[in-house]
Design a protein around this ligand. Structure first.
Ligand code: PEP
Ligand code: MG
Length: 754
């Protein structure tokens, strides 16, 4: 992206951020249209808002057109070019607007001169908030670069504008004289980061800071506590942690090990509790010793370069608080009575969240924390909606209020107006209606062709969801998760338990276990050499890591082979294969492990299917050779696109270049699937592309019959696949592969009925 575009989008972003909490909506929107017009060299930039009450569109703000016409120029939702862009949810680019039959002119707008026209819908999720339009004089047409810029702007503005539009439409049934209300009049809206999805509209409960926050926990020595008291506190803490680990083990096995297992390890660490003990021996009061040592660790962790290590500070605080509580005979944890309430807290630790979950908390709002922290991961597994506020404002809030937690964008509405509540409740109703669709055990197209919908699994807890939603097996189990969340490598038996659980839950179904895909965006904080790589996505990653650390690789392979020797659907998959040699070497390791297990007298799987992830473009020219050595291919489109198009998949600044319908991607997929079909090798897709409505018909048309997705997508996918005809999917492939322009391909894919 050009630097000027980047700066421009940063400005738009900064402006959007300003809107939250601002009372002057009109001037915000005016700044936006001025900025866009200036940046895009457009004489006109206007925004049309959708009015829910009247079900039409009206001119909300403009740069370049007649200001007197604001709010009075109205269009039906499919009227004129603006209406067309709105109802189709698709951009519209015209060199000469008036020659389009849908054109509708307004004499009071003074827009006749501006024939070059570009409109982009402002879309947020299922909602279309309005349309943003730029215009120039004839002969100064817009091009695809302009279109991409306006689309990027619209998507940045979408949530800010959607909120603004909602507020305006609620306060206004007479748009002739719109005066937007102050946000405060409709209740306060707090911006937040989403840590765990969900929705809640309940009473709030503000947690007592002195009971939950490490910094506020009292550690002043009140009476003469001795070394024995400290030692007793250690024993009690250990006992509590073991109990917590045991209870959580049932529900969320990895979480139990990750959180309480890690606390237990710290507790036994001579550097940690040993240092406290030494201080106590030298005459320091036990509570001060605990506080001092914890504080030292907190500072070390907080200053670490690695985000994973930084997020460990919460665990030290959690453990420190528990130790102090046991020393003082106090319980430092959230007060009870949080059932069906939205809890507000400065900080929430994993053990707090478990307590809150056991009491059926409705949602959690905290002032501090990270969305990748243990507590956020735990909230997601426990299905508790949770957000982290962008500003520490809890002290300003009323003691109790009604709170609406919207995790689609990350807004916390305090005492929202009834209309806002109704809008959200209606949305929830629609969602639960969709969720009530009863998934069938098998999926067929309308021409009776079977399509396998498999699940991608990260945590073992995802399995329940996959089983409930009738996943026909596991197309991808990302084994690195248990490694990432531990501070050591899980041994053979520990891994064996995990794989056993996985296969027992899916008897006789496909279970694809991918060997470690460490590196890239999945780093281990106990492998510092990986943290130091300049370019980890292309570094010592995945199969390269396994082939370098053969002992780790063999431990994993042995655990997989031993887990369920008779399972009929076991598949072992190697990630990031880039050459035939790697595959041959990795397969040899499997054979070596089988020999070893035989010699040792262990039962093991004799004949797992062995396949590869297609993620590195280098394998396209040698795909037939790899097919000879593989039982299956599984295309990881996330990495495949990243490497084929040279676009970092986690870098927002280049997100617009991550285009799955780039002809190079689609044609490469054809080469891969053709080879698989020719060589009788099963082929599936397991990247994000596999669940996207736009691409499923194309993938089926190529001959793919297995799609592995996050199981929440299964119901919707099944419903849409049931309407598809394979002949039409194949025709789509033919048409698409004749095109070279991304825009045109997008149009063809979008035009496919589903
Ligand atoms: C992929 O790259 O598409 C894939 C599924 O693997 P991951 O997202 O785990 O890298
Ligand atoms: Mg990948």
């Amino acid at each position: 992206m050009k630097e000027s575009h980047l700066n421009f989008l940063c400005d738009v972003n900064a402006l959007s951020a300003l809107l939250v909490g601002s009372s002057d909506l009109d001037s915000f929107l005016q700044k936006i249209v001025d900025l866009v017009a200036d940046h895009m060299d457009a004489e006109v930039c206007s925004i049309y808002f959708y009015d829910e009450h009247k079900n039409d569109l009206y001119l909300k703000v403009t740069h370049g057109l007649n200001q007197e016409a604001l709010n009075s120029v109205r269009l039906n939702t499919d009227e004129g070019l603006v209406g067309k862009a709105f109802s189709s949810r698709h951009f519209l680019l015209e060199d000469k607007a008036s020659s389009n039959p849908a054109y509708k002119g307004f004499s009071n707008l003074n827009e006749d001169r501006y024939e070059a026209f570009l409109a982009v819908p402002i879309v947020r999720g299922e909602e279309t908030a309005g349309v943003i339009v730029v215009q120039r004089q004839e002969n100064y047409s817009f091009d695809s670069e302009d279109r991409l810029t306006l689309q990027a702007t619209a998507s940045q503005l979408a949530s800010a504008i959607e909120n603004a539009r909602l507020l305006v439409s609620l306060s206004n049934d007479n748009t002739e004289s719109i005066k937007p209300p102050h946000i405060q009049e409709c209740g306060k809206v707090l911006a937040a980061q989403v840590a765990s999805d969900g929705f809640a509209y309940e009473k709030s409960l503000l947690l007592d800071k002195t009971l939950t926050t490490w910094e506020d926990v009292n550690y002043t020595p009140v009476n003469q506590l001795e070394k024995e008291d400290f030692e007793l506190a250690l024993v009690n803490t250990q006992q509590q942690l073991e109990e917590l680990e045991f209870h959580l083990e049932e529900k969320l096995p990895e979480m139990a090990a990750m959180i309480f297992g890690a606390h237990l390890m710290m507790l036994k660490d001579p550097e940690f509790t040993g240092a406290m003990s030494k201080l106590v021996d030298s005459g320091v009061a036990p509570s001060i010793a605990i506080k001092k040592v914890c504080q030292k660790y907190i500072e070390i962790f907080q200053n670490s370069k690695s985000p994973y290590i930084r997020e460990k500070t919460a665990d030290v605080k959690d453990l420190g608080r528990r130790l102090l509580g046991n020393l003082q005979g106090k319980v430092y944890e959230p007060t009870t009575d949080c059932a069906h309430k939205v809890v507000f807290a400065h900080e929430v630790f994993p053990s707090d969240l478990i307590k809150l979950a056991s009491e059926n908390v409705a949602g959690v709002v905290c002032e501090t924390g990270g969305i990748t922290s243990h507590v956020s991961i735990l909230a997601r597994s426990l299905k508790i909606p949770m957000v982290i506020l962008q500003e520490p404002v809890l002290h300003l809030l009323p003691k109790t209020s009604m709170v609406l937690l919207d995790t689609t964008v990350g807004n916390v509405y305090i005492n929202p107006q009834q209309e806002i509540v109704d809008t959200f409740l209606e949305g929830q109703k629609l969602k639960s209606q969709a969720a009530s669709y009863e998934v069938k055990a098998e999926t067929f197209t309308c021409c009776e062709e079977k399509v396998n919908l498999l699940a991608n699994i990260n945590l073992l807890s995802d399995l329940t969801h996959a089983c409930n939603l009738q996943a026909e097996g596991i197309g991808l189990y990302r084994t690195e998760f248990p490694f990432i969340i531990r501070s050591y490598f899980p041994d053979e038996l520990e891994q064996l338990k995990i794989y056993e659980h996985l296969m027992q839950k899916m008897p006789d179904k496909i279970v694809t276990i991918r060997t470690l895909d460490i590196g890239g965006d999945k780093l281990l904080n106990h492998m510092p050499e990986l943290l130091d790589e300049e370019n980890p996505a292309m570094g010592l990653r995945s199969i390269r890591f396994s082939l370098r650390y053969l002992d780790i690789f063999k431990t994993q392979v042995r655990a997989i082979l031993r887990a369920c020797p008779d399972h009929r659907g076991l598949r072992i998959m190697f990630p990031m294969i880039s050459s035939l040699e790697e595959l041959i070497q990795a397969k040899a390791i499997i054979r070596e492990c089988q020999e070893e297990l035989k010699d040792e007298g262990h039962a093991f799987h004799q004949d797992p299917e062995i396949g590869i992830m297609v993620e590195v473009p280098s394998i396209i020219p040698i795909i037939d050779d790899l097919a000879e050595e593989s039982d299956f291919f599984c295309v990881g489109t996330n990495d495949f696109i990243q490497f084929l198009l040279a676009v970092d998949r986690v870098n927002d600044r280049v997100a617009k270049y991550f285009v799955p319908h780039h002809p190079a991607v689609l044609r490469s997929l054809k080469v891969i699937t053709d080879s698989a079909l020719r060589n009788n090798v099963n082929v599936s897709i397991c990247g994000e592309m596999a669940h996207e409505k736009l691409y499923v018909p194309y993938l089926l048309g190529l001959g793919v019959r297995s799609l592995s997705v996050d199981s929440r997508f299964i119901p919707e996918m099944q419903q849409s696949i049931q309407k598809m005809k394979l002949e039409e999917c194949k025709e789509l492939v033919n048409k698409v592969n004749k095109e070279i322009k991304i825009n045109r391909i997008q149009e063809l894919l979008e035009a496919f009925p589903n």
